[in-house]
Write a protein of this length. Structure first.
Length: 230
């Protein structure tokens, strides 16, 4: 058995579930959980997002069959904004990873993120750190300390962020430019002020954009609806 989480699930045939798993050893893949929607199925209650599982599956094709699933520990208690943030983290893993391609360290960072959200830590820093770690795990990290010319980021300089390239120095303050002093603080993951959080959010959003494609993030739309309703 290997550690796993449910990223998403769908009804399948009359009484089964199609489940997208994120596992420590095999990465992300889909299984059929036969009979999981039946009232007496032991899987009905546990095949839920944010629940640490131990699973065994079987099959040589793209769609495997779930053979065993049990709780590894209690579910992480995500509610409100934390719950929507968890859906966002799940969607990032779904969209940015490939099936059956485990990424060293990503599973542990994913679980640590759910744990922090479950403990009620401040949402924005937790999400920004996961986004950055995800980019690094996938080989898309960039240099916070040097610009595109390999010159050290200067505190009195001004820079624009270009996805897949990093920071470019500009002659003066421009729309969507950042001071070198700000970048130096972000490089140390200093998110202690609202302006730093906002800058990090903008940079991470642009950094992720090339890898997410044109399809909008469903979790982001749900979060916007939540804010409108409150």
């Amino acid at each position: 058995m290997e550690p796993a989480f449910v990223l998403h699930r769908w009804p399948f045939q009359d009484s089964s579930l199609l489940v997208e798993l994120f596992t420590q050893q095999q990465g992300r893949y889909r299984v059929v959980a036969k009979g999981a929607r039946r009232p007496k199925s032991p899987w009905r209650a546990i095949l839920q997002p944010f629940t640490p599982l131990l699973v065994t599956s079987q099959g040589r094709h793209e769609l495997q069959t779930l053979r065993h699933a049990e709780l590894a520990q209690a579910s992480y208690p995500l509610t409100g904004t934390g719950l929507y943030s968890g859906f966002y983290v799940n969607e990032l893993v779904q969209r940015l990873t490939s099936q059956y391609q485990p990424v060293d360290g990503l599973f542990d960072d994913y679980q640590a993120t759910l744990e922090r959200l479950g403990h009620g830590e401040a949402i924005e820093p937790v999400l920004r750190e996961f986004e950055w770690r995800l980019l690094c795990h996938l080989g898309h990290g960039f240099d916070w300390c040097s610009d595109s010319n390999d010159d050290t980021i200067a505190a009195d300089g001004h820079y624009q962020f270009v996805a897949e390239h990093g920071f470019w120095r500009v002659a003066e303050v421009q729309r969507n430019s950042y001071s070198g002093a700000t970048l130096q603080r972000l490089a140390a993951f200093d998110l202690s002020e609202p302006s730093l959080l906002q800058a990090m959010k903008h940079i991470m959003r642009h950094a992720l954009m090339p890898y997410l494609g044109d399809q909008p993030l469903r979790s982001r739309e749900l979060f916007s609806q939540l804010k409108r309703n409150h």
